[in-house]
Design a protein around this ligand. Structure first.
Ligand SMILES: Cc1ncc(CN)c(N)n1
Length: 208
């Protein structure tokens, strides 16, 4: 019998498989991303992570009493960004609509008076990088952007992912007992975040 985060992960498998085939993501594992692509990604992601930290803070504050707070939640992931060796022009790159739309989606879910909805909206962000980095590391044996890969394979990052999974499983110990429409709402929020993860990688890959 699956637990809640495993059920959700099964709903994200197709998106994750698609993400792993995208040129920018392959480039993270194999090397060869252009300076402009890396600058664009770092520009988008620095903004994104900054906003994400605030949303994650709101979600953890809304958790019922007794829940452990998340490890490394305030980390701006700049060590991972440095692994892509951005040049100083990155700071002048405008924030993309896909990025703003993703953040707006998470904001909406976090605003629902239900920390489960908020956590689910944030989960693809947290878990997918860990899963992507593990896969790339195993596939390519250190040919790519090693500092980026190491960051998301690290014990510290894994601890954040485990916290998110465990917290969700504790909040929803029997997802099979949820009303059908409630489960559908959670699934939609989760899959929408995965769709935005996909467009985040796609947009970076479009830069030449
Ligand atoms: C868009 C995005 N998604 C996920 C992560 C990893 N926390 C990130 N830095 N940026």
């Amino acid at each position: 019998m699956m637990i809640f985060h495993e059920y959700l992960l099964a709903q994200g498998q197709a998106d994750l498989a698609q993400i792993l085939k995208l040129p920018f993501v392959k480039g993270l594992g194999m090397g060869g991303l252009t300076q402009a692509q890396r600058n664009y990604y770092v520009a988008q992601d620095s903004y994104y992570v900054d906003q994400f930290i605030q949303l994650a803070d709101q979600v953890t504050q809304a958790l019922p009493a007794g829940f452990a707070s998340a490890p490394n939640l305030g980390n701006d992931e700049s060590d991972a960004h440095l692994g892509l060796a951005p040049s100083k022009e990155w700071s002048e790159i405008p924030i993309g609509q896909h990025n703003l739309a993703y953040l707006a989606h998470m904001q909406q879910a976090v605003a629902i008076a239900d920390p489960v909805a908020g956590l689910i909206a944030l989960l693809p962000c947290t878990e997918s990088y860990y899963l992507i980095a593990q896969t790339l590391q195993a596939q390519h044996n250190a040919q790519g952007y090693q500092q980026w890969l190491n960051y998301y394979c690290s014990d510290a990052y894994q601890a954040t992912v485990n916290w998110a999974w465990t917290t969700l499983d504790q909040l929803v110990p029997n997802y099979q007992d949820l009303a059908e429409n409630q489960l559908q709402i959670y699934k939609d929020i989760y899959q929408k975040s995965y769709a935005y993860e996909t467009s985040f990688w796609l947009e970076a890959g479009k830069i030449k």
